[in-house]
Design a protein around this ligand. Structure first.
Ligand code: C2E
Ligand code: CA
Ligand code: CA
Length: 811
């Protein structure tokens, strides 16, 4: 070994031009360093780009090794004439490049020491192959005698250097490591070369002629140094350009990412690799603090437990690093892969969107949808689910539950009288009072209008707890509400249903509390009523009736009967009153007093009244004599602003002269909305239609009513007529009304005239017209002919003497 080293040193110092050896060394160092720079680029690339880098790496490595060899050869001065055959020189360059490229390809095929090792061996063998092929191109005036052991050693040294270089710096990222790799490779090459050279002994032989046309040392050196220098520079240039472009591309991406509103975070093996400004802000920490931290399960958790599927939107929570409230987020994740760089594999980019604003907006929308805008109480929409939840709760806990329906008494009047602002103030105040007495889990809600609900969840016994609360509510709601310097006093009616006696579902409890409320209102308001089964039945009955009536109107089950009105003096029939009848398919004839209120409650009165008016006018037109036709109007019809135009249209459609039509209204119908009713009456009167005051004496019977509007007729209610001669009071009232009519010059009709006695009395008192069974019963239109024909007879058999009932009297 010592001999070897000695021989090596002797060979180097005595047989070489040391200046050229230095040049060879520099070329080798520069080439090897560049090779490792290129090699690291190649490892980061894929596809075509990778092949291009590999080619460049092989070329730079190959030409460097080759150049080192030849410059060192030129430095070799054995004292004899030397020269180089071009073919061998060129061949050795190609071998070098080929081996280098293959070595690096094998080393980078997989990230393992085995690959680095195998690649290193290939590199070392390549350097040897190049060296000895190059030596075969060497011609000198003598025989080359090889010392085989030293040749073997040289190859081992080359392989060892190259292998060490790859094992140490095969995956180097930093320039320092890359320089180390280059240095080791360079050492291997140099060691191989000079050991190889020391294995030669030249035995001079004058017979060998060195041809003149062979390449000379000086030319070779110049060419080799410059070409290799350019290749190395090219390689370095490529590395510089590439890192500059990728740096500026990265910079651009980062700027773009930072401008993004969404948080972007790059994750590699579960740890944060990079993030944009928005994400740092969300996570509440600077990037430097975030990098390297685990993301999933630590900073970010998903609501669902599905495996992480790429490109799927998932919701989760982000826990800021510095602590504080969790942030609801929406996350899209995507594998980052630009196809050309290996650095990006295994990286996942997550786009993290802050959902706080959206959640707040959703919250607000939900609140608006579930609450009443005016009072802030839960509204009808949310009542159902809240009540259902309360029922579920008491079912489980054994607490008691009651549903209290509240309706403000006289709210409509207050609203009409004092305006909508007053109405609003009352509702807001009512809501406030309700909320002041109920504590969660009990709650209050507004159903709409002036209807409220209180759901009471109580530990106490029922119905005691509900009765106590209902009593308190009534008391509380009877306190006047201050508005605009005035005290508006109202009251309330309450209906109560209890769980489970009156229902086990929210729907049943609500419906039954509503029925109880209906009863409370019926029994004079200002009270509360508990639900009772019987109520249920009677109300269900009414509902069925309403349903049948709606169908009946459509199916033509209604008919109109006509009752005659006769002049009191001579009994001549001067008109008829239209009285509606309902022939129910299974229940038979239903009297109007049973179904008119149902029609009024269920919004059917408009259609019903419309139909009666049309029928009556059409029938009247067919009569030979132009007799009057009286039609009853419900208060609801009277308050409909469209009534005058409807009447007008019916008159035109039927061709009835307006003066023949008489509309009957009751006094109480006027009082619901006095002004609007009077407006309507004036407009009707302007059409030429007559207006009669019906059932006079049963309502307020105030003189002012009669004065406020020029009625065309007063009808004394039959309850007074039937008591003539029986009760003095009734007789007095009939006389007074007749006197009133006379003084106001309004004709008076007596209703319900059944006896000759009554006829005589009324005639004696100057009553204008008579109506009642004594004159004629209500009858279908085809039974009216005796009265409607031109030559009709008097309704009295004898005009002067006490009259008897008419012969023809329809049932
Ligand atoms: P009303 O307007 O007071 O009609 C007179 C009622 O007295 C009618 O009852 C009639 O049959 C009955 N009547 C007539 N003469 C006598 C008699 O001598 N003795 C007795 N005891 N009763 C007599 P009806 O037909 O049952 O009508 C009851 C009420 O129904 C009517 O009272 C009226 O307010 C209402 N009504 C009837 N038809 C209509 C209609 O088409 N529209 C509206 N809105 N209401 C109607
Ligand atoms: Ca009437
Ligand atoms: Ca009447």
């Amino acid at each position: 070994m010592g001999a070897c080293v000695l021989k090596f040193l002797t060979c180097l110092t005595t047989q070489h031009d040391l200046r050229l050896v230095l040049v060879a060394g520099l070329v080798c160092i520069a080439g090897c360093f560049t090779t490792f720079r290129l090699y690291s680029r190649m490892r980061g690339a894929r596809g075509v780009v990778r092949s291009a880098w590999l080619l460049l790496t092989g070329l730079v490595a190959g030409s460097s090794v080759w150049a080192t060899h030849f410059i060192a050869m030129v430095a070799y001065t054995p004292g004899l004439k030397t020269g180089y055959s071009p073919t061998g020189t060129l061949l050795s360059l190609m071998i070098a490049a080929l081996f280098m490229a293959s070595g690096f390809a094998v080393a980078s095929a997989q990230r393992s020491t085995t690959n680095d090792f195998a690649g290193g061996v290939l590199l070392g063998l390549g350097v040897s192959a190049m060296h000895y092929t190059g030596m075969s191109a060497f011609v000198t005036q003598g025989q080359l005698v090889w010392e085989h052991a030293t040749v073997g050693l040289s190859a081992i040294l080359g392989v060892a250097g190259a292998t060490a270089a790859l094992v140490v710096a095969g995956s180097a990222r930093t320039i320092r490591r890359q320089a180390m790799g280059g240095g080791l490779l360079c050492l291997g090459i140099v060691a191989l070369h000079f050991t190889g050279m020391s294995a030669i002994t030249i035995v001079p032989d004058a017979t060998i002629v060195v041809p003149e046309q062979l390449l000379s040392g000086a030319m070779l050196t110049l060419a080799v140094v410059s070409i290799t220098g350019m290749i190395i520079l090219g390689g370095l240039g490529a590395v510089a350009i590439e890192s500059q472009t990728s740096r500026s591309a990265l910079e651009r991406i980062r700027r773009l990412a930072n401008a993004a509103y969404e948080g972007l975070v790059v994750v590699q093996s579960g740890k944060i690799n990079d993030a944009n400004a928005a994400f740092c802000e969300l996570a509440g920490a600077p990037l430097a603090e975030l990098v390297g931290r685990p993301l999933l399960g630590a900073i970010l958790t998903f609501d669902d437990t599905n495996p992480n599927r790429e490109g799927v939107r998932r919701e989760g929570k982000l826990q800021p690093v510095a602590g504080g409230r969790e942030i609801p987020v929406e996350v899209f994740s995507r594998l980052m892969d630009d196809g050309a760089r290996i650095e990006t594999t295994g990286l996942t980019v997550l786009a993290v969107r802050d959902l706080r604003e959206r959640r707040a907006a959703e919250e607000k929308i939900r609140y608006l949808a579930e609450h009443d805008g005016l009072t802030g109480l839960p509204n009808r929409n949310s009542l159902q689910s809240r009540l259902a939840a309360a029922v579920e709760r008491v079912e489980a806990s054994g607490e008691s539950l009651s549903v209290i329906c509240i309706d403000l008494d006289h709210f409509k009047e207050a609203n009409d009288q004092h305006g909508h602002l007053a109405g609003d103030a009352i509702l807001v105040e009512t809501a406030r009072r309700l909320q002041s007495v109920v504590q969660a889990p009990s709650f209050a809600a507004r159903l709409g209008g002036d209807e409220f609900i209180v759901v009471q969840v109580a530990g106490g016994d029922q119905p005691t707890a509900a009765a106590e609360l209902a009593g308190r509510l009534i008391e509380m709601l009877s306190i006047p509400v201050a508005f605009d310097g005035q005290d508006l006093s109202l009251g309330s009616s309450l209906g109560v249903s209890l769980y489970p006696d009156d229902g086990r579902t929210a729907e049943a409890l609500m419906a039954n509390a509503d029925m109880a409320l209906y009863r409370a209102k019926e029994s004079g308001r200002g009270v509360y009523r508990f639900f009772k089964r019987e109520m249920d039945d009677s109300i269900r009955e009414r509902r069925n009736l309403a349903r049948d009536l709606r169908q009946g109107i459509a199916d033509g089950e209604l008919i109109v009967h006509y009752q005659p009105l006769a002049r009191a003096i001579d009994g001549e029939v001067c008109g008829f009153e239209a009285l509606v009848r309902w022939k129910h398919p299974t229940r038979g004839m239903i009297p109007p007093l049973d179904f008119i209120p149902v029609a009024e409650e269920n919004g059917l009165i408009g259609a019903l009244g419309d139909w009666v008016l049309r029928r009556a006018c059409a029938d009247a037109v067919s009569w030979e004599k132009p007799l009057r036709i009286a039609v009853n109007l419900s208060p609801i019809q009277l308050h409909n602003p469209a009534l005058p135009s409807l009447v007008h249209e019916v008159l035109i459609a039927s061709g009835l002269s307006p003066s023949r039509l008489e509309l009957e209204i009751t006094e109480s119908a006027l009082f619901k909305d006095y002004q609007r009713a009077l407006d309507n009456l004036r407009r009707l009167k302007a059409l030429g239609v007559r207006i009669a005051m019906d059932d006079f004496g049963t309502g307020f019977s105030s003189l002012s009513t009669l004065q406020s509007f020029p009625f065309d007729k007063i009808k004394i209610d039959k309850s007074f007529v039937e008591n003539i001669h029986r009760h003095d009071r009734a007789t007095v009232i009939v006389r007074a009304v007749l006197g009133l009519g006379r003084s106001l010059e309004i004709p008076v009709v007596a209703e319900g005239v059944e006896t000759d006695e009554q006829i005589l009395f009324l005639r004696g008192e100057n009553c204008t017209e008579l109506q009642g069974y004594a004159i004629g019963r209500p009858a279908p239109v085809d039974a009216l002919e005796p009265w409607t024909m031109a030559n009709a007879v008097s309704a009295f058999t004898e005009a002067s003497t006490p009259p008897r009932r008419k012969a023809k009297r329809p049932a």
